[in-house]
Design a protein around this ligand. Structure first.
Ligand SMILES: Nc1ncnc2c1ncn2[C@@H]1O[C@H](COP(=O)(O)OP(=O)(O)OP(=O)(O)O)[C@@H](O)[C@H]1O
Ligand SMILES: [Mg+2]
Length: 591
């Protein structure tokens, strides 16, 4: 794509223009170059003998540019050569993405997130690999952008679809026959445009769609507090703010493992490399229930961990988004997870302070809010150019320093997302995991998701959610009063509220990522567990209503209810319902 991206043709050219210059100054990732006047903002320049990639972030009339280098600039000297490539930072897309691990510029990291030798941007994709090509169009067909030209099977059950590139349409003049093809081999000619398996796309430019639709179908995450209380619709946006060690990484990885999206893009952005390596091992071992194969085969991992060059971190979330959009365009539901967007914002801050930009809040660049907004805005459920439906759901962890939720990255992000899963330090200390607090979290998708469940006949979903939220809120209101007057000082009904909320917290909302039965939970078991907690609560209320002393009800052993989440397999709802009936009988025998 991007057939003529240089801007030199559109601007009045100085008498002699050059796309080659030399380095004037280097300061960390900031490189000043002189002598290049044939380049544009955000174009890529290659610098020095090892042709390190950098992006133009400032241009002056005197042929002087400032570029941000994506790799370590150690060893770079004044006078080193620099040449403008004439196109913006682009990702090389193709069937090798699924199951792969890449750096922030989408260059493959074979054998996991190890150090990569500095090199050129136009790095090889899968190299010499050959791919099975099954044409889905014939010579003479008239096609337009987004139509499927061919299918390319991959290791997993997600088929890679070669689409007519955006902005290309017309008659299929030639298409290769079924067979093995290389990545850069011409496989079709459409409207005079040659198509190859490898496609290049500028990462900062959203891929075009026909229309954006309102998200309504829930993304099933297998995590009860999310699916029952703060659901996210496919194509929506979520922020997961949480202080140090509150469980952001575990939660995001649980979603990678258990959510019902077709393709997962995980961007490890400035976090610990060993965590990512462990997660990759886990994913490799986990079996995808849909295909019976390794989960890794429908996952794309972009690793830009804390030990890797800081500015590539800045690019990595755009690269990840571009990959997610590519699979969306093929008609898939994709999820992009970024851990953590705070480290990405720190990369922005590092660069802006070096470039002498006037800092805004806490040293972040003035454009921080708009950069965050622009990132989340690329999420969505869409009708693709090819006419099918696809979605990109974005889930970003935010790590506020010192757990301060008022700091700029957290507060701006909260304004732009539809759902907030706020992790609470007190819950994490109490080992209530996932530590998503019902006090600060919200889901603007809850209404649409409730309607969606209602339309599928699960009319109880919205009502049960409302009861659970109300019960938790009332228990929170009572908590400080109990501190003052003690439990015995409360009326019996309010004591039952506290008991009900405890059942809900321990039996439904807590979920161990480490337990075989509990790590993930089917929608049926989720509803059954919620129903169990609410039914017991109602029955306890009835008992005190009939005059049974609250202390008698509180003595009843209800642990059989809270243990169910861990005792039965993830999809065993009927055992939960049986236990509910047994426990209701026990309660019926009281009083
Ligand atoms: N759902 C869960 N089930 C069991 N344990 C959990 C769960 N969530 C978090 N934990 C525990 O909390 C610990 C810290 O979690 P995690 O590493 O995800 O925190 P974090 O917020 O990503 O931390 P950091 O700020 O350092 O990145 C984990 O090692 C694990 O022991
Ligand atoms: Mg973490």
């Amino acid at each position: 794509m991007n057939d003529s991206p240089t801007t030199s043709t559109s601007s009045p050219s100085p008498p002699s223009t050059s796309s080659v210059g030399r380095v004037l100054r280097v300061s960390g990732p900031l490189v000043e170059v002189d002598g290049i006047d044939r380049t544009a903002m955000l174009d890529v320049v290659e610098i020095g003998p090892s042709r390190l990639a950098a992006e133009v972030v400032s241009v002056t009339s005197a042929g002087r540019i400032v570029a941000q280098a994506y790799e370590y600039t150690g060893g770079m000297r004044v006078g080193d050569g620099a040449s403008a490539l004439g196109h913006p930072l682009s990702a090389r897309l193709g069937p090798w993405l699924l199951g792969g691990v890449f750096d922030g510029m989408l260059r493959p990291l074979r054998g996991g997130p190890t150090w990569l030798a500095p090199g050129v941007l136009r790095a090889e994709g899968g190299g010499e690999a050959r791919w099975r090509f099954s044409p889905k169009a014939a010579s003479g067909d008239v096609v337009s952008a987004g139509d499927v030209l061919a299918a390319v099977p991959t290791a997993g059950d997600v088929e890679y679809r070669l689409l007519v590139p955006p902005r290309v349409s017309g008659a299929v003049e030639w298409i290769a026959a079924e067979g093995d093809v290389g990545e850069d081999e011409r496989v079709a000619t459409v409207g005079g445009h040659d198509v190859t398996l490898a496609e290049s796309w500028p990462v900062r430019v959203p891929r075009p769609v026909t229309t954006r639709l309102d998200p309504s179908e829930p993304l099933a995450t297998g995590q009860r507090v999310v699916d029952l209380l703060f659901p996210v619709a496919k194509g929506s946006t979520v922020a997961v703010p949480g202080g140090f060690g509150t469980g952001k990484t575990v939660l995001l990885q649980q979603i990678v493992k258990w959510c019902n999206a077709d393709v997962i893009v995980f961007v490890g952005c400035g976090e610990r490399g060993n965590e990512l390596a462990d997660a990759l091992t886990d994913l490799g071992e986990l079996v995808d229930p849909r295909s019976g194969r390794s989960l890794l085969e429908r996952t794309v991992v972009i690793a830009n961990t804390s030990n890797m060059p800081v500015m590539a971190r800045e690019a990595s979330i755009y690269t990840g988004m571009t990959v997610a959009e590519l699979f969306r365009d093929m008609g898939y539901d994709t999820v992009l997870l970024a851990d953590s967007t705070s480290r990405w914002a720190e990369a922005l801050r590092e660069f802006s302070s070096r470039s002498g930009e006037l800092p805004a809040e806490e040293g972040y660049p003035a454009g921080l809010a708009s950069a965050i907004a622009a990132f989340y805005e690329r999420a969505g459920t869409v009708r693709t150019l090819g006419g099918t439906h696809g979605s990109v759901t974005v889930i970003g962890a935010v790590s506020p320093p010192g757990g301060d939720m008022t700091e700029p990255v957290t507060s701006h992000t909260e304004r732009f997302v539809r759902c907030l899963w706020s992790l609470d330090r007190d819950l994490a200390y109490a080992r209530h995991y996932p530590a998503i607090t019902w006090r600060r979290s919200f889901s603007r998708d809850a209404g649409a998701v409730g309607d969606w469940h209602g339309a599928a006949g699960r009319t109880k979903w919205a009502a049960d959610r409302a009861r659970a939220v109300a019960l938790l809120a009332e228990a929170d209101r009572l908590a400080p009063i109990v501190e003052l007057v003690g439990l015995a000082g409360l009326p019996a009904r309010e004591r039952m509220v506290l008991l009900g909320a405890r059942l809900l917290r321990e039996g439904v909302l807590q979920q161990s990522a480490l337990s075989k039965n509990d790590a993930s939970c089917s929608p049926e078991k989720q509803s059954a567990l919620l129903d169990l907690a609410l039914a017991l609560y109602e029955r306890c209320l009835e008992l005190v209503g009939r005059g049974v002393p609250a202390s008698v009800v509180e003595e009843i052993d209800l642990a059989g209810a809270t243990r169910m989440r861990d005792e039965v397999p993830p999809d065993d709802a009927s055992s939960v319902t049986r236990r509910r009936d047994e426990m209701l009988e026990i309660l019926a025998a009281v009083g």
